[in-house]
Design a protein around this ligand. Structure first.
Ligand SMILES: Cc1cc2nc3c(=O)[nH]c(=O)nc-3n(C[C@H](O)[C@H](O)[C@H](O)COP(=O)(O)O)c2cc1C
Length: 425
């Protein structure tokens, strides 16, 4: 089985199983010296965590991320970045009874047909749990993209037959279904709980938008950005369809209505979802995925056992009654991974000097260092109490002059910095 790695320059390899000791990811290809905010990474992983609400699985996992390699003192070292998330709340006994039957809608039957053996505990490697590793990798990709001014946001636009009618990004993380329309969110939540109470499940649609992607990312012909994004999104369990921009609706339009007119300063509309010829147009990239209703349901379903005999099963265990809300951070992660890969490839074509992102990341890191130093200085000044005067003040001024000279900082710049600090004292 060789399909556990994804990406070219930004290469992600995930490992681990739903009921094994841990899941993890190795991210290769990030330049050394790139700042990584581990708190932001952990917050991203927490968004996917199970057990967040009544509309997600009851499995309780803290999903703490351990950094095994590749990040030192807040920066990448150039070594592979290895991240690990331990499984703590497996309940393999829930699956004992299903060991010799194939759950409908799952990969049990096809995995058996392909490999002859399978880990029956919670779906093993085909479990949605594998996606925790993708979200951890995606969080790094998001940070690399942020330094280039790009950001990826996902939200649920449909669950069952309830559709979002408005878009307020501030609402997305405020409700359990991650919908940008609070009124629709309440109805979606009720619909999921209804289906759950009936022992059933619901599907949905997740939209992912990437903003700030400059024109020119993506490679013709097999490396088209739509093709890579499509593959990335379709690799997520339960995703059965992907569309970009107006997507399937384009099939019913005329060319005169579907083309995005080019006008001075850009495009008039974005029916192509920010992609032409597999290359980004500079507009937001808009993708939507259809998420099937959760396969594991309590209602009885017909299937066969390993002996080929017809049986009826009800799937116990803890499951997401609708996968779409938890799939949002996973879809964002996969889009970020593809875009990060495309960004690094574009940098290779354009040359590092033409890559503003590299400088922006460096400046952002240096600014943070500067603020850390200012905070430490303020702490000392507070402890010291009164401003230094007389000989002490002169000694400090001389030390500043000497440091400015040694570091090649213009004396007027140094004076301005220290003047501002003294004023804030
Ligand atoms: C975040 C996430 C959580 C999932 N949770 C469940 C679940 O609780 N129960 C279930 O039956 N499937 C769940 N799935 C979907 C299965 O992993 C998936 O349907 C199954 O492996 C078959 O793959 P396919 O649907 O892509 O064909 C989840 C998927 C994701 C991405």
């Amino acid at each position: 089985m060789s399909a556990n790695s994804f990406g070219d320059c930004f290469r992600v390899t995930t490992f681990g199983e739903s009921h094994g000791p841990a899941l993890g990811v190795v991210v290769d290809g990030v330049m050394p010296g790139v700042p990584v905010d581990l708190d932001a990474l952990r917050a991203e992983v927490a968004r996917r965590r199970p057990g967040q609400s009544a509309v997600s699985t009851g499995r309780r996992e803290a999903d703490e991320v351990e950094v095994l390699s590749g990040i030192f003192e807040g920066r990448t070292t150039g070594a592979p970045i290895a991240l690990l998330v331990r499984n703590r709340d497996q309940r393999s006994a829930d699956y004992e009874a299903l060991k010799d039957v194939f759950r409908p809608g799952h990969a049990d039957w096809t995995w058996g047909a392909k490999f002859g053996v399978r880990d029956w505990r919670g779906g093993g490697r085909t479990s949605g749990r594998e996606t925790v590793a993708r979200v951890a990798a995606g969080a790094i990709a998001k940070q690399v993209l942020a330094a280039r001014g790009a950001r990826v946001t996902g939200h649920v636009v449909r669950i069952g037959d309830v559709e979002a009618a408005r878009f307020d990004p501030a609402e997305i993380e405020r409700n359990a279904v991650r919908c940008a329309d609070p009124e629709a969110a309440a109805r979606m939540e009720a619909a999921v709980l209804d289906a759950k109470a009936a022992g059933d499940s619901l599907g949905g649609v997740v939209e992912v938008v990437a903003e700030g992607v400059p024109a020119g990312w993506g490679d013709p012909v097999f490396g088209k950005l739509d093709a890579l994004l499509g593959a990335a999104l379709l690799s997520i369990g339960a995703v059965k369809a992907v569309e970009f921009g107006a997507g399937f609706a384009l099939a019913g339009m005329r060319g005169s209505a579907s083309n995005d007119a080019l006008v001075a300063g850009g495009f008039e509309t974005n029916r192509m979802g920010g992609l032409l010829g597999g290359i980004s147009t500079g507009q937001p990239i808009v993708a939507r995925v259809a998420v099937k209703p959760t396969s594991s349901i309590a209602l009885p379903q017909r299937t066969v056992n390993a002996a080929g005999e017809g049986v009826t099963i009800s799937v116990p265990g803890r499951h997401d009654p609708c996968i779409a809300p938890r799939l949002v951070p996973v879809a964002e992660a996969m889009v970020a991974i593809v875009l990060c890969d495309a960004a690094l490839r574009q940098s290779a074509i354009a040359g590092a000097a033409a890559d503003p992102g590299a400088w922006e990341a460096e400046i952002a890191y240096r600014d943070a260092e500067l603020l850390r130093a200012v905070a430490a200085r303020a702490e000392v000044a507070r402890a010291a109490g009164a401003r230094p005067s007389g000989e002490a003040a002169e000694r400090i001024a001389a030390a500043r002059r000497e440091a400015a000279e040694r570091l090649g900082v213009d004396a007027t710049v140094a004076d301005a910095v220290f003047g501002a600090l003294e004023e804030k004292r």
